[in-house]
Design a binder for this molecule. Structure first.
Ligand code: NDP
Ligand code: 2IT
Length: 453
């Protein structure tokens, strides 16, 4: 690594030694863009890397709310306004007990380059809370979301910062947050994306991350003379991204063998078909149940309890052609990667953000697996969020077909940009470098052009 790049890395570790996820995301990024610093001296001269690893602003606040027993509960809320060089801060809100500054800073950092790759004018941000939505009533979730927005509302705006969903935040939570914002600020404006289609939401936004992942994977496979048709696929997770990845894979003629949740892994050798997927959607989105119930209903399926404490994840031991991690960060470790390589998996398409550890990334790429990194392959969600913002500004709503067509074009462009950047600055098919570099160049240019901010 170039001395100056190493100094940036050392400083991040020195300032925030207790932020392992953020350090991991920065390590991957600096490893890629280090290949540019000799060729483009402005990067060092303008201290672009030093500025890029420091959020423009971090907002932390308390969220008091009343549970159904009338007891006051407290959570911690965050919004990381990472980088506004390309446009308003944009990125999801995560509600999960594990949420902390390290996780949100890694997500906001990755989001900056992901949003750049979409080709839309979007800066990077992320937020959330350590609130655990599991087992909470609708009323409790609503009161929590209202209290969160009472504070968050003063920091966001349609041209300032536009949050959306992530783990634990879907249509229900966005609806409650939007309603509260409108009540306080007396404005019907696009301050959140992922809204219901009857009040400013874009068609295809719920589907967009999963569909986009499949579009990009198809483009990547196509360049190698391969396709999805007739191929078997592993999906982890059973939330928003996993469900619509499965839906689009089925449409492409693939067979979906697995899904999972934070309690365990479901393996269905006869394939999760459209009817079974409809059952999963109701189970997870309406009844908010556990994936284990599937194995009681469909007898050929196996359920393996797995809460992440074992050294490997059984889902990555299943034989298949392609794998789509769609649950959470670091869900593929080095041992999992070895299992995937041993089983001759040909593509890992990341639906989740940073689902692969640094070591696992190396093992997969050395093993000849096509690795589609999340900041490129899951960019379809935020891309359609950008299209939702455009529709809100126009006070228009585009048809599902129009939005889907734009999503497909955006994902194909992302593939071609990351693949060209890999060829030019790194090695063919190193899409980790390709995505980091292609995403970075645009943000870097904008930061230099806008002076020292
Ligand atoms: P959801 O909350 O809808 O679903 C998350 C799924 O992952 C659930 O099945 C959940 O299990 C499982 N999961 C969550 N945390 C863990 C954990 N620590 N260990 C094991 N399993 C876990 O979230 P999304 O589908 O929206 O998000 C999934 C991933 O995709 C995240 O990495 C997110 O950042 C990323 N992403 C999301 C986008 C979006 O538009 N929503 C866009 C781009 C990326 P359980 O049901 O038990 O909680
Ligand atoms: O990680 C992500 O890209 C998201 N959670 C979606 C962000 C958005 O603003 O739609």
């Amino acid at each position: 690594m170039h001395d100056a790049t190493q100094r940036v890395m050392d400083r991040v570790i020195q300032l925030d030694p207790n932020q392992p996820e953020f350090i991991q995301a920065v390590t991957s990024f600096l490893g890629s863009v280090d290949k540019l610093v000799e060729d483009i001296p402005q990067i060092l001269y303008h201290k672009v890397l030093d500025r890029m690893v420091e959020p423009e602003r971090v907002i932390m606040f308390r969220i008091p709310w009343f549970d159904d027993d009338g007891l006051l509960q407290l959570n911690r809320g965050f919004r990381i306004q990472m980088n506004s060089a390309l446009g308003p801060y944009k990125g999801g809100m995560r509600l999960h007990p594990s949420v902390n500054l390290s996780i949100l800073k890694f997500l906001a950092f990755e989001q900056t380059f992901k949003n750049s790759l979409t080709g839309l004018s979007l800066g990077g941000g992320k937020g959330g809370s350590d609130f655990n939505p599991k087992g909470k009533s609708d009323g409790e979730v609503m009161r929590f979301c209202q209290s969160l927005m009472l504070e968050l509302g003063r920091h966001i705006g349609e041209d300032t910062d536009v949050p959306a969903g992530d783990i634990g935040v879907g249509g229900r939570e966005i609806g409650y947050m939007y309603g509260q914002y409108k009540r306080i600020h007396n404005k019907s404006v696009g301050i959140l994306t992922g809204k219901g289609p009857s009040f400013g939401g874009s068609y295809i936004r719920p589907e967009a991350t999963g569909y986009g992942l499949v579009y990009l994977s198809a483009a990547m496979l196509g360049a190698e003379g391969k396709s999805l048709d007739g191929k078997s696929c592993l999906i982890s997770g059973s939330g928003n991204v996993a469900q619509y990845t499965a839906e689009k894979l089925l449409k492409m003629g693939s067979k979906v063998l697995t899904m999972s949740d934070s309690s365990g892994v479901l393996i269905d050798p006869s394939g999760i078909d459209a009817d079974k997927l409809a059952y999963i959607k109701t189970l997870k989105n309406v009844r908010r149940g556990r994936i284990a119930e599937y194995a009681q209903k469909y007898k050929g399926a196996t359920y393996i309890p797995h809460n992440g404490s074992a050294s490997t994840n059984p889902i990555w031991e299943v034989k298949a052609d392609y794998a789509f991690p769609c649950a959470t960060q670091n869900e593929i470790n080095a041992e999992d990667a070895k299992n995937l390589v041993a089983n001759k998996i040909q593509l890992v398409g990341e639906g989740a953000n940073m689902p692969t550890t640094l070591q696992a990334e190396e093992i997969l790429m050395e093993g000849g697996v096509l690795l589609a990194p999340g900041k490129a392959s899951n960019a379809g969600g935020v891309a359609v969020s950008g299209l939702e913002m455009a529709q809100n500004s126009q006070r228009m709503q585009w048809s599902p077909e129009q939005v889907d067509a734009q999503l497909l074009t955006i994902m194909k462009n992302i593939y071609s940009n990351i693949s060209q950047a890999a060829d030019k600055y790194s090695t063919k098919n190193n899409f980790v470098d390709g995505a980091n570099i292609a995403g970075f160049l645009k943000v870097s240019d904008a930061m230099i052009a806008q002076g020292y901010v």
